[in-house]
Ligand binder design. Structure first.
Ligand SMILES: [Fe+2]
Length: 177
């Protein structure tokens, strides 16, 4: 069964390989072969959107649970990421810069058991399109809370603002009511 402590240790070990993201992707894919085991190990699969399991300057591992219909503001990470969905569905709306504007280029739907490696230059918003909580493991190659120099886009004005995870969570609440 999924062992969070072992998973964290394996992700930390991945950092000293040539391609940490690919190694973490393999670890997440393996974990997603037993979504019930992940659910049992991490709890009920609902609650706070951002539940950090591990944080360092090089690595963030979080359990993320989004309420039914929940939508995040558009934001970037400026670091690699890997998502493994173990409950429900997580839709990723992907954007590209076009001058001062953003163009939506793709929607990537991830269902329970599916994993995805997010590129460093990703700009996205995540949405739970279903009527029940989704839950996913999110792993990032840096400190998702503190890394400076990132952006989020104000959902009302579309103005680019400095990324602040508290603001991401606050906008998510606003957008999800
Ligand atoms: Fe994100």
């Amino acid at each position: 069964m999924f062992d969070p402590e072992l998973f964290i240790a394996e992700c930390q070990a991945a950092l000293s390989t040539n391609d940490p993201q690919q190694v973490v992707l393999r670890l997440v894919r393996k974990a997603m072969t037993d979504v019930e085991g992940v659910k049992k190990a991490l709890g009920v699969g609902e609650g706070a959107l951002f539940q950090p399991l591990f944080r360092s300057p090089e690595l963030t591992i979080a359990n993320m649970c989004a309420a039914p219909g929940s939508t995040s503001p558009i934001h970037n990470h400026c670091m690699w990421g890997v998502i493994g969905v173990y409950q429900g569905q997580e839709d990723n709306n992907l954007y590209e810069r076009n001058g001062d504007e953003l163009n939506k280029v793709e929607t990537r739907s991830l269902k329970a058991g599916e994993s995805w490696a997010m590129p460093v230059n990703l700009i996205h918003a995540i949405n739970n399109p279903k009527g029940h909580y989704n839950a996913a493991l999110h792993i990032y190659g840096g400190d998702l809370v503190e890394l400076p120099g990132r952006s989020l886009w104000n959902p009302e004005s579309d103005v680019e603002e400095a990324y602040d995870i508290r603001q991401v969570l606050a906008y998510t609440e606003q957008l999800s009511q």
